[in-house]
Structure formats: structure tokens, C-alpha cells
Ligand binder design. Structure first.
Ligand SMILES: Cc1cc2nc3c(=O)[nH]c(=O)nc-3n(C[C@H](O)[C@H](O)[C@H](O)COP(=O)(O)O)c2cc1C
Length: 361
């Protein structure tokens, strides 16, 4: 479906505009919206837009390497498809389509436990690099069963999302009366997620050898506790501004968390990353991998699997140009010295990264 002409998109802006036309109003609000006033959504952009580049010149950038590694395996970009629940409402095939796009382009996918067609069928859809994200809806034995299934199906790591002790009020969905079919299933057992504590993290590390990611770390204090527990990846995230409203932007808290982690775990980040320059900023601050949530959904919504692949190609092009213009040939050469604080040039908003959009959707 939607397949034939994804290569005709010449800019990410055109992909956003096409997704706006194709995705139905209910799923569109679900996709773009955040919690309550959507202040955290805007702060994610604000934090990125508050960093300017300090380019270096005359450094022979004729050969640029924009590849990276993900849990030790080579990937085409330091970018991962963030976990998305209910993707089937945005693109036919749901997570299986994301898996195919991830394999075709060569970036990893984190599969959400609340996405169709589920763990086994998504794993069977493509030979991609994948990790699994769980919303805890049962007891320890229930979780252990997911760990086993993830391992059996070639997932390289396991992730608890920890910023969902309560499900937030997403006002666009509430006002639009958008009933999410997967929410009914998710509500069942929600008390298990609310009851999570560091005890479960300790228990996981004592029992399982699959690397552990904690997604939704937003403070130095929690990053330090995560490291003390031997967590493998500290994933800095505020759920794309969809959970706690009035949080700080992810990119604003990233430097202090990287400092606190002291290289004892990998640090990944997401939240508002929509352009190649955004990704480069995170890498300059010291993040290893950047998750893309809405951007990946927009590619899929615009033109299915080819739309996602095209989105990633355009992102890659932007990243390579940005690296060259900064005077570096690889991420290893990037440092915080390539960045400087600066006032945002325009008012940050969900789509302010795309000023050529005819109307802000
Ligand atoms: C439609 C949608 C569904 C999401 N579902 C999940 C999910 O099931 N599990 C999870 O950990 N995060 C989920 N997230 C959060 C993303 O994984 C990610 O943290 C966020 O989208 C990053 O911000 P960005 O959209 O600005 O890139 C979802 C985000 C969106 C937009």
C-alpha cells in the first residue's frame, strides 16, 4: 500500500505534509499529541533549538562516516525506531512494517509490547536488529515469560519504560473521543506498572543476562541509581512529552546525565528529534543513540515501508551535510565544543522544525 512513489519526497517537510493528508484524524491526534498543555512537547523542541553549532573549517571532510554501532553491532545511523504502541492505527502492518523499514534501511527497532502484530510475528517479519520494550501488566513470572520470548525471538536487549506509573491525560484524544482499542488491554493490569520499583530492576539484573534498558530516565539522581543497579542503557526520555506535563526537554537534561553516568552505561535519548542537525546535537553532547518516535510514524503514515525508508534516507543526508559543515568526519570527533547556547530563532512547537509546512497541523 501507499508504496509507489516514496522516492519523490525530496524533503522531510513533504513527508510530514503527506502523513497529515493520509492519517485519519483520530490516529493523527494520538500521534502528534502530548499530555495536558503539551508544554513538555514544546520544551523538547525548545531544548534542541536552544543549541547553536560552532563549526570548524578547513579539516578535509571529503570522506564522512555516518555509521555507528548499536549494542556492538554496526548500524547505518546512530538512530533507532523508538517503541510505538498502536502503530497499526497509523500504518497497515503496524510494527511488522516498522520492522521491514528498519531492516531495509539498516537501523534498529525497539518493539513496544502494545503494538500489533505482537512479539513473534514482528520478529518474523524482518531480519532486523531489534530490542523489546515492555509495559508491565503482570507479576514477575509474567515478565520473565516476556524476557524468554524476547530472547527466543532474537531481541538483543530488554527495556522497561519507567515513566508510565500512571497513564497521562492526552487531551487531543479525550476531546476527539478517540478510543484506542489497545488501551482497554493496557488498563488491565496497570497496577503492576504503577507498583514497579528498583527491586524489579535488581531482580531482572540478578536473573537475566539480556542487556537491560531503562527508558524514561529524566534526572541525574535516577541515572545514578540505574548505574548502581548495573543497567546497561540509560535511555533519557520524557515519552515525547506524552506523560508528565511541564517536564524539562530531554536535550536539556542530557549533558548532566551523561556526566553522572561516567561511561558506565550507554546513554540514549529521544524527544523532539526531527532533523539531522538534531541528531548531531545529541551525539555532540555524548549520546550514543537517538530514538525517533513521531518522525518514524510520519514516514510510515505518509507512504508505508518505503515512506519510512525515505524518511531515514533524508535524515541521513541531513546528518552527513551537518557533520561535513561542522568539520568532522565521524561522530568520535564531535564534542560539546561544537555547540553553544543560543536563543531559539522561532517559537518551538511540535512541527516548528518544518517551517515550510503550509499550515501547522
Ligand atoms: C504514537 C506514539 C506511541 C508511543 N508508544 C509508546 C510505547 O508503546 N512505549 C514506549 O515506551 N513509548 C512510546 N512512545 C514514546 C516513544 O517511544 C518516544 O519516547 C517518543 O515518541 C520520542 O519523542 P518524539 O516522538 O518527539 O520523537 C510513543 C510515542 C508515540 C508518538
Amino acid at each position: 500500500m501507499n508504496a509507489p512513489h516514496a522516492e519523490e519526497f525530496l524533503t522531510l517537510t513533504e513527508i510530514v505534509a503527506a502523513a497529515r493528508r493520509k492519517v485519519a484524524p483520530g490516529p493523527w491526534s494520538y500521534l502528534v499529541g502530548g499530555a495536558e498543555t503539551e508544554t513538555t512537547v514544546r520544551r523538547n523542541r525548545m531544548a534542541l533549538d536552544s543549541l547553536a553549532f560552532r563549526p570548524r573549517v578547513l579539516r578535509d571532510v571529503s570522506k564522512i562516516d555516518s555509521t555507528s554501532t548499536f549494542l556492538g553491532t554496526k548500524v547505518r545511523l546512530p538512530v533507532m525506531l523508538a517503541p510505538i504502541g498502536g502503530l497499526e492505527s497509523i500504518v497497515e502492518g503496524g510494527a511488522a512494517s516498522a520492522a521491514r523499514g528498519s531492516a531495509q534501511f539498516g537501523v534498529p527497532q525497539m518493539l513496544s509490547s502494545v503494538c500489533q502484530p505482537g512479539l513473534e510475528q514482528t520478529a518474523a517479519a524482518a531480519d532486523n536488529l531489534r530490542v523489546f520494550q515492555l509495559y508491565v501488566r503482570g507479576d514477575d513470572a509474567w515478565t520473565d515469560d516476556f524476557v524468554r520470548r524476547a530472547k527466543d525471538n532474537g531481541f538483543r536487549a530488554f527495556c522497561f519504560t519507567v515513566d508510565v506509573a500512571a497513564y497521562s491525560r492526552r487531551e487531543r484524544d479525550i476531546v476527539g473521543r478517540f478510543i484506542k482499542p489497545w488501551r482497554a488491554r493496557a488498563i488491565e493490569g496497570a497496577a503492576f506498572q504503577a507498583g514497579l520499583s528498583w527491586d524489579q530492576v535488581k531482580r531482572y539484573k540478578d536473573k537475566h543476562d539480556l542487556p537491560l534498558i531503562l527508558k524514561g530516565i529524566a534526572t541525574v539522581e535516577d541515572a545514578e541509581i540505574a548505574v548502581q543497579h548495573g543497567v546497561d542503557v540509560v535511555y533519557v526520555s520524557n515519552h515525547g512529552g506524552r506523560q508528565l506535563d511541564h517536564g524539562l526537554g530531554s536535550t536539556a537534561v542530557l549533558p548532566e546525565i551523561i556526566k553522572a553516568v561516567k561511561g558506565k552505561a550507554e546513554v540514549w535519548v529521544d524527544g523532539g528529534y526531527l532533523r539531522g542537525s538534531d541528531v548531531v546535537k545529541a551525539l555532540a553532547l555524548g549520546a550514543k543513540t537517538v530514538g525517533i518516535g513521531r518522525l518514524a510514524c510520519l514516514g510510515l503514515g505518509a507512504a508505508g515501508v518505503p515512506g519510512l525508508v525515505r524518511t531515514l534516507e533524508l535524515l541521513e543526508d541531513e546528518i552527513r551535510i551537518c557533520l561535513g559543515l561542522l568539520g568532522v568526519t565521524s561522530y568520535a570527533e564531535l564534542t560539546p565544543q561544537h555547540l553553544a547556547p543560543a536563543p531559539p530563532a522561532n517559537l518551538p512547537d511540535t512541527f516548528s522544525a518544518f517551517p515550510l509546512l503550509p499550515t501547522q497541523p
